[in-house]
Design a binder for this molecule. Structure first.
Ligand code: GRF
Length: 232
């Protein structure tokens, strides 16, 4: 029998929690291939905690302001995560930069969803920055978390076109439903296919990924690989 801890996900969030909810809907629909064991937040007021409670999911709040420094906070966070023995840790709107030590301790099993086509636009205000740069294309990425902010190897992306009259809020509004497809599809892939990150390279079923998987052509909405998916 397979080890149930191989299927557990812990979601970290700081706010609204709509990406958590998309994951949860995929779990309920039966194709995620894993179980959301807990939702953990660094903010007491995070609306995502309420959503998870309403779904009957364990919630833990490790409020940053209850700890004297980052080290104490991260220790408490690691203990909270470790209690669930997750295979995967999904950062879904978790707004805190984690220390290199914490990232190393969870290397290879922590992923983040970021609202840009990485490596373009790491950090905040991605929608505004896409417009400022006059770009015609925008999107979201799911990547392995490494000590460099939004800098880890990218597993998957979703793309959309930027219209000449787009505003940051219009971009955010159009991108969010795409994120809600990308994150569950990527987590489903990670739960049922051997995916590894070593240095800056991702391998899937022992084949190197030459470029991020694109939702649609390479990755189905329920997390299956399509075509050669950019694998060498
Ligand atoms: C998303 O846009 C995600 O890409 C970014 O933070 C936002 C979280 O939204 N990292 P939500 O809390 O999942 O609704």
């Amino acid at each position: 029998m397979s080890d149930p801890t191989d299927r557990r996900i812990v979601v970290l969030l700081s706010g609204r929690g709509s990406n958590y909810q998309a994951l949860r809907r995929a779990e309920e629909a039966g194709w995620l291939g894993g179980e959301i064991a807990a939702v953990i937040s660094d903010r007491v007021q995070a609306a995502g905690l309420e959503l998870a409670r309403a779904d009957g999911i364990d919630t833990v709040c490790v409020a940053r302001n209850r700890y004297p420094d980052r080290e104490a906070f991260e220790h408490a966070l690691a203990v909270a995560i470790g209690g669930y023995r997750p295979r995967w840790i999904a950062l879904a709107g978790f707004m805190r930069v984690l220390s290199p030590g914490f990232v190393r301790d969870h290397a290879g099993r922590m992923v983040n969803i970021h609202p840009s086509l990485l490596p373009r636009h790491r950090g905040l205000d991605t929608h505004q920055r896409v417009l400022d740069a006059g770009e015609r294309e925008h999107g979201a990425s799911v990547h392995f978390v490494t000590p460099e902010l939004d800098g880890g190897p990218v597993i998957s992306q979703v793309r959309m076109t930027v219209a000449p009259d787009d505003s940051p809020s219009a971009l955010a509004e159009r991108l969010l439903p795409l994120e809600h497809r990308l994150l569950p599809a990527t987590m489903a892939l990670l739960l049922h296919t051997p995916v590894e990150a070593r240095d800056e390279t991702i391998s899937i079923q022992n084949q190197t990924l030459a470029r991020p998987l694109e939702l649609g052509p390479d990755l189905s909405d329920d997390g299956r690989l399509l075509g050669d998916g950019g694998r060498d």
